[in-house]
Design a binder for this molecule. Sequence first.
Ligand code: ATP
Ligand code: LTN
Length: 340
Amino acid sequence: MEPAKTEEPQKVIFSAIQPSGTITLGNYLGALKNWISLQDEYDCIYALADLHTITVRQDPAAFRRHTLEAYALLLACGIDPKKSLFFIQSHVPTHAQLAWVLDCYTQFGELQRMTQFKDKSAKHPDNINAGLFTYPPLMAADILLYQTDLVPVGVDQKQHLELTRNIAERFNGIYGPTFKLPDAYIPKNGAKIMSLQDPTKKMSKSDENANASIAVLDKPEDIMRKFRRAVTDSEACVRYAEGKDGVNNLMGIYSCVTGKTNAQTEAEFAGKGYGDFKAAVGEAVAEHLRPIRERYADYIRNRDYLEQCWGEGARKAYAISIRTLRKVMKKIGFVPPKPM
Ligand code: ATP
Ligand code: LTN
């Protein structure tokens, strides 16, 4: 008799991005590019974290538009709804439900230490709301509901991932094994793309200075112009070195889109000025993003298809996540509800 096949279950990947603005090259190189390449090897679950987005005040029309655009853009980047689950967080009620529960297993002091909370409070001093503070337990709920193994994110999210593990470990310690402990999956290259105008700050989609970031959907001429204006230094030598934040950032971007090492880039631009280098980076980025922009134009026109995709995504995500939520509620001692 043939021995029974003991196939290892595929590892689960979960990640999300906020529809808080126009998706940038930083989001793409730090997170999305990885999301796409992981789809063939893993069970991937991806979401638009729109509940997280209202921790900063949003104009309703712009918020709706950003969400639609982000959904279409992620499809254009290569998220394949036949391979992966791709949904909108607010469509799946288990996320907010588990978030409330996890709030009660997260300490005030832990949340106070989060650098994103400190940064965003400093940026929006007139709206330091409770949601901004409890943002990490909602993110933990997103991840833990799916018994996730790996979370592909940029390096700025590492602290939130560590907190997620601490919350899960604490819960498991009290009630017995309930949540899988997830690991962050941070790219070697592109984990932190910096602002083109202030290379000590990360490129961010909510930056008010439009020249500071490249949108994935920017036209080639805008991409070229923004790279031409990128802040560098006065040395006029293309080399990777401490203190050369602007040039290092451009070299990092160039490496992500061309696959060239820093040594190869240094050789390519030996004896040339920053003008040539910036033009080459701009061109390489524009070429890399061109097919995405073209596919996006098709998706955004097809509202029926988008709705079908997010409807299906939410249905499947609910079916998986409700199992974890029920287990959690039962362990805590909630009386199980009658089906509605
Ligand atoms: P916001 O400006 O609203 O805070 P954001 O641009 O920081 O948004 P998020 O939605 O918070 O983007 O993050 C989405 C993903 O992109 C996360 O995995 C995050 O780590 C990654 N990411 C964001 N900015 C960068 C960056 N500059 N470089 C690399 N990865 C990034
Ligand atoms: N906070 C994340 C977005 C996010 C997320 C998640 C990322 C919300 N929920 C779950 C990974 C896993 C950010 O990128 N700023």
